[in-house]
Design a protein around this ligand. Structure first.
Ligand code: ADP
Length: 488
């Protein structure tokens, strides 16, 4: 199991935006050199400016640049990079990429391709971890364990599981390829539409069927394995606040978590990771009932977007751990040396319009002023004022992370930080997030995945029309501005 040490000197970050910046910061702190890759529209992006070297890898669409394995490997070769950090998204969970790096003698900072392959498929993952004793959501992978040969067998499985059920694409991710079905009459339509989405998004139509849990919470465990056979858990994150099965707010630790349940979930996660010989940072996602019972949903074989809340409560740098483990070192700490300090919350600041169904927004960031960073407030971002949010990539502007001794104190910090956040030029969700952290159910930690839906009335108050006087004053100001400009 144990590997010879592979010192890392120069890291190519095969990503962009906030995660590329965040990874490079740690590399520099550890005295490692960095290489950025960039598409045509990212030529002047912060991650390019921060890197020691930068390589152009093609046009804006990711499938012609950030997703092209050969271009990334060529960039490694041209710059002498001896390791690649894939960030999240893009090639981070692509086992062919991990294999190709290995074959080229470049250290892939992530798990081995074998673990990614097993965990990349929801059906394979369910099989593997349940064999290791980790509880999985009651459900059915199909007669051969890899989907249903015909609609009849799928319908029969749904009836056996009992409605409501959730149809999931085996290759799914990012909340795509999922259909909840309440009644058997609706099953066939839902199955057809799930398969269509699965085929177009993932090129794979296989589905599995799970019991659709009511008012569940999403609680995930951060795990870390090394190549010496050690594996620990760095506690949990509660990511129950979601819209359309995508995370909006994350926090650590999970409110209401008992010491016993934490240990049980931590151990279940470690067992799941060990079942695939996991090396590096990973996240085991569980869905939990309000009574505390929990089931494995999936494992993400990379650093998660929400990893900073774990860093804030443990005082650790997870990218540093990733680099150490990839270089063949043992984990820096044992389970009994890990502890939770305080409470952290993260909000994802997006260029999107909450009033238009969270439609992504594009355009120039005319004014961007985040709250000041200090020991309580951290802002992870990959854009600056004057940059443009393009339609080519995820429209995340930043992650706002706060920490304090208690959840209430952290929540107060979050409210204050959101009130200070200024974004002008693109539609954004800052006001929506301010309302969200203010709703009583969130403040009281009455969490489940339907919180946003239930709080519609508070979160989307009817817009009061702008009074005529305000429009007149705005028009007057604009005329004055034009007159002043013309006078120059
Ligand atoms: P993805 O890979 O697309 O992120 P997941 O399997 O991680 O999909 O599920 C995403 C979200 O969907 C979960 O966080 C949860 O809110 C919801 N979900 C998934 N499975 C179930 C289930 N069996 N019952 C209820 N909600 C579920």
């Amino acid at each position: 199991m144990s590997q010879p040490p592979r010192p890392i000197r120069r890291v190519l970050v095969a990503n962009r935006g906030e995660i590329a910046v965040r990874v490079m910061r740690t590399c520099h702190e550890l005295g490692k050199e960095t290489v950025a890759v960039y598409s045509d529209v990212d030529r002047a992006a912060p991650h390019v400016q921060l890197a020691g070297q930068a390589v152009a890898i093609g046009p804006a669409p990711a499938r012609e640049s950030y997703l092209v394995i050969d271009k990334i490997l060529a960039a490694c070769k041209a710059t002498g990079a001896d390791a690649v950090h894939p960030g999240y998204g893009f090639l981070s969970e692509n086992e062919d990429f991990a294999d190709a790096c290995e074959a080229a003698g470049i250290t892939f900072i992530g798990p081995r391709a074998h673990a990614m392959r097993l965990m990349g498929s929801k059906t394979e993952a369910r099989k593997t971890v349940s064999a290791a004793g980790t509880p999985v959501v009651p459900g059915d992978n199909g007669p051969e364990g890899n989907g249903f040969p015909d609609v009849g067998s799928a319908q029969a499985a749904a009836a056996r599981i009992g409605y409501p059920v959730l149809i999931k694409a085996a290759a799914g991710g990012g909340g795509k390829g999922m259909r909840a079905v309440d009644r058997s009459e609706d099953f066939l339509d839902a199955l057809a539409s799930c398969k269509r989405e699965a085929a177009s998004s993932f090129g794979d139509q296989h589905v599995l069927i799970e019991k659709y849990l009511q008012r569940p919470r999403h609680i995930e465990i951060q795990v870390f394995g090394d190549s010496h056979g050690n594996c620990v858990y760095l506690f949990e994150r509660d990511c129950s606040v979601q819209r359309r099965h995508q995370k909006v707010l994350e926090e650590a630790p999970a409110p209401g978590m008992t010491r016993e349940r934490r240990a049980a979930m931590g151990q279940a996660a470690v067992d799941a990771a060990k079942a695939v010989g996991y090396v590096g940072a990973g996240t085991v996602e569980f869905i939990a009932n309000q009574d505390g019972s929990f089931y494995f949903m999936e494992m993400n074989t990379r650093l998660q977007v929400e990893h900073p809340v774990t860093e804030m409560i443990t005082g650790l740098d997870l990218v540093e751990w990733q680099l150490r483990v990839a270089a063949g070192e043992a984990l820096p700490l044992r389970q009994e040396q890990l502890a939770i300090d305080g409470h952290a919350l993260e909000a994802r600041i997006y260029a999107e319009d909450p009033d238009k169904g969270f439609l992504p927004s594009t355009g120039k960031l005319l004014h961007l002023s985040p709250p000041a960073e200090n020991e309580h407030v951290r802002v992870d971002t990959g854009v600056e004022q004057g940059d443009t949010i393009t339609p080519h990539y995820d429209p995340m502007i930043a992650k706002l992370i706060v920490w304090d001794r208690t959840r209430d104190a952290a929540l107060a910090r979050m409210r204050q930080a959101l009130a200070q956040y200024r974004v002008v030029g693109v539609a954004n969700n800052v006001e929506f997030l301010s309302r969200l952290v203010g709703v009583p159910s969130f403040a009281q930690a009455d969490l489940d995945t339907a919180l946003i839906e239930r709080e519609q009335a508070n979160l989307f108050p009817p817009k009061s029309p702008v009074p005529d006087e305000v429009c007149l004053l705005a028009a007057l100001a604009e005329l004055q501005r034009e007159a002043a400009a013309a006078a120059h």
